[in-house]
Structure formats: C-alpha cells, structure tokens
Design a protein. Sequence first.
Length: 66
Amino acid sequence: MTQKIIEVVGTSKESFAKAAENAVAEAAKTVRGMKWARVAELEIELDGKKIVKYRTTTKIYFDVEK
C-alpha cells in the first residue's frame, strides 16, 4: 500500500477538536481513501487576553489509487 500526505489547516471558534474536524471535513470534499489524520500543530488567535479562534494544521494520510 502506498499513501500520500497532505496538510490542511482548519479553524474553529469553539475548540482545537472542532478545528481538526473542520479540516478533515473540508479535505473529504475532494480526497478519497482517507485513512488517518494527525494534528501536527495547534495555534490560537488572540484578542488581548481572549481566545478568538483555534487553528490546527492537520496531516491527512490517504491511499494512492493505482
């Protein structure tokens, strides 16, 4: 089996988990055969002391079709 990896950035005003979920959902619109995902980076956008947005860089692994 051969796999390819792409990086997708997802955002959410709710949580890191929701940001990763959004990244996977967006990739699923055009990528077939997704098998695994790994959150590679976590970031937050701030407004002073307040968190306004969560962002994840998510690596998505999918099978290469032959």
